[in-house]
Write a protein that binds this ligand. Structure first.
Ligand code: ADP
Length: 451
C-alpha cells in the first residue's frame, strides 16, 4: 500500500493515532489528525506534529473531514460502526486500523497474539523466548509504544511480536501475521461488539489472510477457539492444559511437551513456573508453541520459563507485611480475570474488589469468592451490586469501604497468616483512577506504607 502523497485522516489522538500521523506525514503523506475531544481536554503536546505539517482538527467531526481523503486510520478506542466511518466507507475511502499501517511498513515477519485474556503475558513471554534466537526482536501492540512506531526498529531478519486486540482487528485489510495465536474467548467488550458471534468473527480476522505457509496456535480447551481450526487456511498447532494431544503442545505428567511433525520435545515442569495459576500454564503453553514454530530451542525456552516472573499488575507479588503476602492484580478488570487469580491460590484470601461495574454476570465469580475468600472488601461504583451478589451466594464476611486506602487499612487489620491480601477488582478502574496501572501503583504504595 502506498502512503506517499496520499491524503490521510487519522481519527483519535491517542498513542497510536499520534504516532501513525507523525510517521505517515514524514513519509510524504498529507495527514489530518482529528479527535472529537477539544484540544484542552486532551492534555497533550501536539507541537511536534504541527511542526511536521500534520493538520490538527479537534472538537466536532463532520463529514466535511472526509473531503479528498484517500485513507482513514481509526484508533482502537473508536468503533468502526460510528456514522463518520460508515460515511467514509460509503465514499470508497479505505478504512484501516493502525496495525494495518504497521503491517504495511514492517519489513520483519509479525507474530500476532490475540484472545480475551492473557495477551500481554503471553506476548511478553514470547518476546523473551525469541530473543534467545539471536534475532532482533521487537515486542509491541497494546504494550508500550504504537506498533507502527516499533516496527521501524527491525529489518527483514528481525521479528515483531505484537499483542492485538479485537478493536485493532476490526480495521485490517492485508494484515497477515506469519504466526498468529488465539488464547481464549470469553464475553468482554460486548458493549462494542454487540454479540459474541461478532466478537468471535472479529478475533478470527487475525488469520483471515493466512495461507498454508502460516501457522495459527489455538487453545484446544476453549470450544470457541478450537472451532476456529475449521475456518483457517493456516497450519494449526493446538495447545491444551487438559488433554494429552497427539500433535501440539500440552502437559504430560507435569511436563510441558511439544509433539510436532513426528518429534517430541520436553520443555520443562509446570511446577517450575514462577507465574501463578492454571491460566498462566495456558499462557506458557501458547508462548512455547509460538516460539517453537518461530525457531526457539526447547532448552532456551525452558530457561526463559523458569526465570519469567510475570508482568506488572497481574498477580504481582508486592510485599510481605506482618507475615501477610500482598498481591496486586489490578489488571483483572472483568470477573473472569479475577476468577483466574482466585484459582491461583489455595484459599485463605482477603480479596479487595470493585470499581466501575461492567454489569457482567457475577454468578461464577461469587461462587468462587464463596469457595476461596475469607473476607471480601468492596469499593467503587460496583460495591452495591457486588454486595448483593455476594450476599446471595452466601459470602459471609463482606465489608464495604470508600477508598482503596481504606481497603488496604481494613485488609491489614483483618488478615492473619496464612491469609494473603489480593487486589483483583473484577471491574475497570475508571470510577476512581485514570487506568488500572494507576490503581495498581496506588495499591502498591499503600501496601509499602504499611510495612
Ligand atoms: P490481556 O493483555 O489479554 O489483558 P494479561 O496478560 O494482561 O492479558 O492478563 C490480564 C488478566 O487476565 C490477568 O490478570 C489474569 O487475571 C487474566 N488472564 C491472564 N491469562 C489468562 C488466560 N490464559 N486465561 C484466562 N485469564 C487469563
Amino acid at each position: 500500500m502506498e502512503f506517499h502523497n496520499k491524503q490521510i485522516l487519522v481519527l483519535g489522538a491517542g498513542i497510536s493515532g499520534m504516532s501513525v500521523a507523525h510517521i505517515l506525514q514524514n513519509m510524504g503523506a498529507k495527514v489530518i489528525l482529528s479527535d472529537a475531544k477539544p484540544i484542552e481536554k486532551l492534555n497533550k503536546d501536539f507541537t511536534y506534529l504541527e511542526k511536521a505539517g500534520v493538520i490538527l482538527s479537534f472538537g466536532s467531526q463532520d463529514e466535511s473531514l472526509l473531503n479528498n481523503i484517500d485513507y482513514l486510520i481509526v484508533s482502537p478506542g473508536i468503533s468502526i460502526n460510528i456514522p463518520l466511518i460508515k460515511a467514509a466507507q460509503a465514499k470508497g475511502i479505505r478504512v484501516m486500523s493502525e496495525i494495518e499501517v504497521a503491517y504495511q511498513l514492517c519489513k520483519a515477519p509479525i507474530i500476532a497474539i490475540t484472545g480475551t485474556n492473557g495477551k500481554t503475558t503471553t506476548t511478553t513471554l514470547i518476546g523473551e523466548m525469541l530473543k534467545t534466537t539471536g534475532r532482533d526482536v521487537v515486542v509491541g501492540g497494546n504494550i508500550g509504544l504504537a506498533l507502527s512506531q516499533e516496527v521501524a526498529a527491525v529489518n527483514e531478519t528481525g521479528l515483531v511480536v505484537a499483542e492485538i486486540s479485537s478493536f485493532q482487528l476490526e480495521g485490517i485489510i492485508d494484515f497477515k501475521p506469519y504466526i498468529a495465536a488465539v488464547l481464549n474467548l470469553t464475553p468482554d467488550h460486548l458493549d462494542r461488539h454487540n454479540s459474541m458471534e461478532v466478537y468471535k468473527s472479529t478475533k478470527e480476522r487475525i488469520f483471515a489472510n493466512h495461507t498454508s505457509e502460516n501457522f495459527v496456535v489455538l487453545n484446544y480447551d476453549d470450544p470457541l477457539v478450537r472451532d476456529m481450526a475449521e475456518r483457517t487456511s493456516s497450519q494449526v498447532m493446538f495447545f491444551s492444559r487438559q488433554a494429552e494431544l497427539s500433535e501440539g503442545i500440552f502437559v504430560k505428567d507435569g511436563v510441558i511437551t511439544i509433539a510436532w511433525q513426528g518429534q517430541s520435545h520436553e520443555i520443562g515442569l509446570t511446577a517450575d513456573l514462577k507465574i501463578r495459576g492454571g491460566h498462566n500454564i495456558e499462557n506458557a503453553l501458547a508462548a512455547c508453541g509460538v516460539s517453537f514454530l518461530a525457531g526457539a530451542k526447547p532448552s532456551d525456552m525452558a530457561l526463559v520459563l523458569s526465570n519469567f516472573t510475570g508482568v506488572e499488575h497481574r498477580i504481582e507479588p508486592v510485599a510481605k507485611v506482618n507475615g501477610i503476602e500482598y498481591y496486586n492484580d489490578s489488571k483483572a478488570t472483568n470477573p473472569e480475570s479475577s476468577i483466574k487469580a482466585l484459582e491461583a491460590f489455595n484459599g485463605n484470601i482477603v480479596l479487595i474488589a470493585g470499581g466501575r461495574d461492567k454489569n457482567t454476570d457475577l454468578s461464577e465469580f461469587m461462587q468462587k469468592v464463596k469457595d476461596k475468600v475469607d473476607h471480601l472488601i468492596l469499593l467503587g461504583e460496583a460495591k452495591k451490586r457486588f454486595f448483593e451478589a455476594a450476599d446471595k451466594f452466601g459470602v459471609s464476611q463482606i465489608h464495604t469501604v470508600e477508598s482503596l486506602a481504606d481497603a488496604v487499612q481494613l485488609a491489614n487489620t483483618l488478615a492473619k497468616p496464612p491469609q494473603v491480601v489480593l487486589l483483583s477488582p473484577a471491574c475497570s478502574s475508571y470510577d476512581m483512577f485514570n487506568n488500572y496501572e494507576e490503581r495498581g501503583k496506588v495499591f502498591k504504595d499503600l501496601v509499602r506504607q504499611l510495612g
